[in-house]
Design a protein around this ligand. Sequence first.
Ligand SMILES: [Mg+2]
Length: 210
Amino acid sequence: MDNTLHEAEITTFPAIDDRMNRYIKSKLNLSEQLSNQLRQHFWKKYGATLVGLMVEYGIEGSEFLRATHRLEDFSEKIFRSKSLNTLLRRLNGQKIIASNGPIQYVNDVLRLLGVRELVSNFYGIESYKFEPKPSRRAFSFLVRKNRLSPTKCIFVDDNLANLKRAKSLGMRTVWVHSDFRRPKWVDFRVPSIKKLFSLVAIDGRLKNSV
Ligand SMILES: [Mg+2]
């Protein structure tokens, strides 16, 4: 969802990062600079800052999520997206949102974008018992819970590690990124979700080649 359905670097990440830094600073009694470094380190190492705090400092998950993902911080930055709405309506099949953010946050963002009713299901980090994408647990949860046949799935994400896992399960992959590279586990690359339109055939399926 983040940096895929909306531009989180602009809409939600600045406030969330700031709240996380402040939380880490007061909870672990660190300087501002060290708090910021630790947040980034955990995000890279575990796929989510929270997981690092849980594993290495025994921080309680739900308290951290409530304190850092606050609707009032971004409710005026995310707008209903007509083009996203049209795209989701046009795509065939189930549309499943698998975020590494908290479920309440996923719900809030989808609602602000005006697309919550258009997705079949949405999941957050609690769904995978705090083992976020690209973990095996997260992917097998998604497949099992939605009775998916991986070879019939199209996995859309901004993160290469997630796409690599999806590809290893047999899914087709779309990388939402402005990079010019295309690693071999990426079937399609689009600079923004809106460009996914060009990959959707008239029958609502994804084209085989572009
Ligand atoms: Mg993302």
